[in-house]
Design a protein around this ligand. Structure first.
Ligand SMILES: *Cc1c(COP(=O)(O)O)cnc(C)c1O
Length: 408
């Protein structure tokens, strides 16, 4: 593949801006949980393009929907309605009405960051002058636009781009007291993930979301739940907040909702969505017929497969398979969004690199954690194959003389 982007990453004549590290492989084709690289090597994909391709690569139903739609109507602008976006918004509203007990309204975006951007603007519009602050957690990830970067609780990511937009406050993750101290009359909203995904697959501690809900009720701040990574059946429920039984005011989503079609959405309870007036927000590509055809196909297929149940059973099989393995200290997360905690001395990046060499894609989400997020359609045999590779790689990387694991 000489002269190709894959070979010339990092060089001046590479066509991509150098914001990502060098790519590990050139992937040319996928089917279900499998992908193939440019040298014809098969890989099991236990990352799904970062929890995106939840129905598997080249999913037949989604492929059919988008190719049909591409031949029918792709885009008309928001001066007009299209039936596909209208139905997709209704279906999302049905899912969220079932999960929250409230009807609401949807704004379609092209990404997770834009879904959060919409939620932040909505919270400011709803809060009014003097009530614009958004509180989020340290270790969180909410996107890369300036406002969502400011909301992201990772100060090191802010530094190169100072000054950050004003009106963002961060508190320790999982600490309800710190949250309570931070939510004063200037706070328009709390923005929180049910499981911090990029932050290392860190589930909210028991009672945390419930406590934030009560705090928001007491102060009038909105509860915005960022479901960009956890939404669309990934954690074993349609939305991650359902595990805690709370009812958010605003929900953002993206990754899994188009099975790879770039689309996201911000949903808000109707009385809150009404804080927006025409002209307050928009996007040329909001709700294109093409992108929303993928959403409709995803929802239909996830309903047909009872996808939340697939995430539950798949997650149980992964956990059972990794339990007691040498070099693995535990598995966090929910459904098929899992963080495998490695024993001291085992380096996640080395594990991910060795897995790739053995035909398995996983992600070193932090120095000691491997993130697993395979398609929800992953088969038992694929889970078994992948876990044998992962467990074997980890065991081989346990430092000599380590007393960890094995016989526990
Ligand atoms: C990935 C992610 C985002 C950003 O989504 P993009 O589509 O990359 O803009 C926001 N929030 C969470 C929780 C995410 O995991």
């Amino acid at each position: 593949m000489s002269g190709h982007a894959f070979d010339i990453a990092g060089q001046d004549h590479c066509p991509f801006m150098p914001v990502f590290g060098p790519p590990a492989r050139m992937i040319v084709k996928g089917a279900g949980t499998e992908v193939w690289d440019s040298e014809g090597r098969r890989l099991l994909d236990f990352l799904s393009g970062i929890a995106v391709v939840s129905l598997g690569h080249a999913n037949e139903k989604v492929a059919e929907a988008i190719s049909q739609q591409a031949r029918t109507l792709v885009h008309v602008s928001n001066f007009f309605a299209n039936p596909v976006a209208t139905e997709a918004a209704q279906r999302i509203n049905d899912l969220l009405a079932a999960a929250t007990g409230h009807r609401g309204q949807v704004f379609f975006t092209n990404s997770g960051a834009e879904a959060n951007e919409c939620a932040i603007k909505l919270a400011r519009r709803h809060g009014g002058r003097g009530r614009h602050t958004v509180v989020s957690a340290l270790g969180s990830f909410h996107g890369r636009t300036l406002a969502t970067l400011a909301a992201t609780g990772q100060p090191s990511k802010h530094e190169p781009f100072q000054p950050m937009p004003e009106g963002f406050r961060h508190v320790a993750w999982g600490d309800l007291e710190a949250m309570t101290a931070a939510v004063d009359a200037s706070v328009a909203a709390v923005l929180i993930e049910p499981i911090q995904g990029e932050g290392g697959v860190q589930p909210a501690p028991a009672g945390y979301l419930e406590g934030i809900r009560a705090l928001c009720d007491a102060t009038g701040a909105l509860l915005i739940v960022d479901e960009v990574q956890t939404g669309f059946a990934r954690t074993g429920r349609w939305f991650g907040f359902e595990h805690a039984g709370v009812s958010p005011d605003v929900v953002t989503m993206a990754k899994g909702m188009g099975n790879g079609m770039p689309i996201g959405a911000c949903w808000a309870r109707s009385e809150i969505a009404r804080s927006f007036s025409p002209g307050d927000h928009g996007s040329t590509f909001s709700g294109t017929a093409l992108a929303t055809s993928a959403v409709l196909a995803v929802i239909e297929e996830m309903e047909r497969l009872a996808a939340p149940g697939l995430a539950v059973s798949g997650g149980e099989r992964v956990r059972a398979s990794l339990s007691g393995r040498r070099g693995i200290d535990g598995v966090r997360g929910s459904g098929l969004l899992l963080g495998v905690e490695l024993a001291a001395g085992v380096v996640a990046a080395e594990v991910a690199a060795a897995c790739l060499e053995s035909g398995l894609i996983v992600n070193a989400v932090n120095p000691s954690t491997i993130r697993l997020a395979p398609p929800l359609t992953v088969s038992d045999a694929e889970i078994d194959e992948a876990m044998e590779i992962l467990a074997g790689v980890v065991a081989a990387l346990v430092p000599d003389g380590s007393s960890d694991g094995g016989d526990r």
